[in-house]
Design a binder for this molecule. Structure first.
Ligand code: SF4
Length: 400
């Protein structure tokens, strides 16, 4: 399915849900406690930048605006947004989102703007940061109860934990299966299923990804790959690669995609557009809307729901707001070295300060392992597509 087709499919699913009377809370930064919204009777939906949105300089946005938030702002200013019960902005993640939330509140004053503020980066299992986020989540819960008159229901919360974890179990299995054999299921199919869930997290989107995982499990069993796949999944979750031994006949070159709020579908669309290469070269991505969302751990069941949700959110791997730079780089090196990655495409959202801050460290870490890298600036409209494809093509040729 094309990039545009995937977007249309998930937008149609969301529209259908709204027409059935569901109330949607949109969120932009992907690491939110999904279970909280579901416990209050809302459906959380990840709102994303879209290609084909004209997002030139907008009069209300200043130089802090990256291409991603310009796109979101333009969607709203052009009347392309669905009617949401509320829109959650993060605090303390990046200046662009911090400011966008403030501008949004003033410019679109009929919209209900919510905020969840994240702690500063933690360097270890520091309880003060977890407690800070737990308190923020509790305050958000109170706001939801008060503003919408929808209390937190423990039964709905328990159901939400299971739903989200069912999704993550299947998605983690598919990601791990592709590390072992990238042809076992296409990357575009996996990220389509992930996108569908993040846009419309319902039992039907979970069933779809579960079915795909069951099919892949059957194939992997026939190929004798199941135990290797499980060892890969365990390694990613625990950061311990001692039991990972990939098959000796894996196809090369193998690449990984690093970056933050970059659309995984845009990457496949670019790579599939290059003659003689296909997305089967992608062994894994490390993106916010893919890997980092998929490998987050679930909240444990305990009486302190807010604390458990905070702990869960902070397990999203590789997020700058959650982990210190040296920790992130070491974790990435473990993954590159043990998953036989030859090349790393470092994607940077245009004018994104966090991406530009991170990219030199990623290059340095990869260089220490002799993994070749290329930095690719992108915007949601892929406005420089021809030149980017040529650069990626040359890079892939050097890996061969
Ligand atoms: S792309 Fe970068 S600057 Fe833009 S919202 Fe995301 S993290 Fe912030």
């Amino acid at each position: 399915m094309s990039y545009e087709g995937v977007i249309e499919q998930s937008a149609a699913g969301l529209k259908e849900l709204m027409e059935s009377g569901e109330e949607i809370i949109g969120y932009i930064y992907p690491h939110v406690p999904l279970e909280l919204f579901m416990a209050h009777g809302f459906t959380p939906s990840l709102i994303r930048a879209l290609p084909g949105v004209s997002s030139g300089y907008e009069e209300s946005l200043q130089t802090f605006a990256c291409s991603y938030i310009r796109n979101l702002y333009s969607q709203r200013a052009n009347g392309q947004f669905l009617t949401l019960a509320g829109l959650l902005f993060p605090g303390n993640t990046c200046d662009a989102l911090q400011n966008l939330g403030d501008v949004w509140r003033v410019r679109f004053h009929d919209d209900r703007v919510l905020r969840l503020t994240y702690p500063v980066t933690r360097y270890s299992q520091d309880e003060s940061t977890t407690n800070f986020l737990a308190e923020e989540i509790r305050l958000l819960s109170e706001t939801l109860s008060r503003t919408y008159n929808r209390p937190f229901l423990t039964e709905s919360y328990d159901g939400a934990i299971e739903l989200v974890q069912d999704f993550r179990n299947s998605a983690q299995f598919l990601y791990s299966a592709r590390v072992v054999n990238p042809k076992i299921i296409s990357y575009s199919n996996v990220i389509r299923l992930v996108r569908t869930f993040l846009t419309v997290p319902t039992t039907s989107s979970v069933s779809e990804i579960k079915e795909a995982a069951t099919e892949v499990r059957t194939t992997a069993d026939e190929l004798g790959l199941l135990s290797i796949i499980e060892s890969v999944r365990h390694a990613i979750l625990e950061g311990d690669y001692s039991k990972v031994k990939l098959p000796e006949d894996i196809e090369t070159p193998r690449i990984a995609i690093a970056g933050g709020m970059v659309e995984p579908q845009a990457i496949t669309s670019l790579i599939n557009g290059i003659p003689d290469f296909s997305e089967s070269a992608i062994a894994i991505d490390l993106l916010s809307f893919g890997f980092k969302s998929v490998f987050t751990k679930p909240p444990s069941k305990s009486d302190d729901h807010f604390l458990e949700m905070a702990k869960s959110v902070l397990t999203a791997p590789g997020e700058p707001t959650h982990e210190g730079l040296s920790y992130r780089m070491n974790a990435m090196k473990g993954l590159l070295a043990n998953f036989s990655i030859h090349g790393l495409i470092v994607c940077e959202q245009s004018f994104c300060d966090p991406d530009q801050f991170e990219a030199p460290s990623i290059e340095k870490a990869a260089c220490e392992l002799d993994v070749k890298t290329i930095r690719v600036p992108l915007d949601p409209e892929l406005s420089d597509r021809g030149r980017i494809e040529t650069r990626i093509q040359s890079f892939l040729e050097t890996l061969e």
